[in-house]
Design a protein around this ligand. Structure first.
Ligand code: ZN
Length: 133
């Protein structure tokens, strides 16, 4: 997936908090990362991406941080990460884990700083309700 390497870069300026950034501008709906060849893993973990019927690891997508006002989203059906708005060179690529993931296995505090920030990113998989009353 050569397009990933030339158009995105991993910002390692903060040693404990890597960020994926755009190395060029993208229009809304542009393909950022193709997840077709991403490695399937048995279940969700802190780095996996939920595609509905499977969880995958991707060498570059694993650096995408959560934001409550993200620049991208996971199109699970098409197995793609797509720009949700126009992205400028240098902008961080983010998606909203609470939308894309059915379960947050490693809850964390969000510091995205956006006005609609949820502060705590946490989601437990809904347990199927028993029909016994
Ligand atoms: Zn937030």
């Amino acid at each position: 997936m050569k397009q990933d390497k030339s158009t995105l870069h991993i910002d390692k300026r903060e040693p404990s908090f890597y960020r994926l950034r755009a190395a060029r501008a993208f229009v809304k709906d542009a393909l950022l990362i193709d997840l077709q060849t991403a490695e399937e893993v048995p279940g969700p973990d802190y780095a996996s991406i939920d595609l509905g019927h499977q969880h995958v690891h991707h060498s570059i997508a694993r650096f995408i941080n959560h934001s409550c006002d993200p620049t991208a989203y996971v199109d699970a059906k098409a197995k793609k990460i797509v720009a949700v708005k126009p992205i400028k060179r240098g902008d961080e690529i983010t998606f909203n884990y609470l939308i894309s993931e059915r379960q947050i296995v490693a809850p964390f505090d969000c510091n995205c700083g956006t006005s609609n920030c949820v502060r705590r990113v946490k989601k437990i998989l809904a347990v199927e309700q028993s029909h016994d009353v």
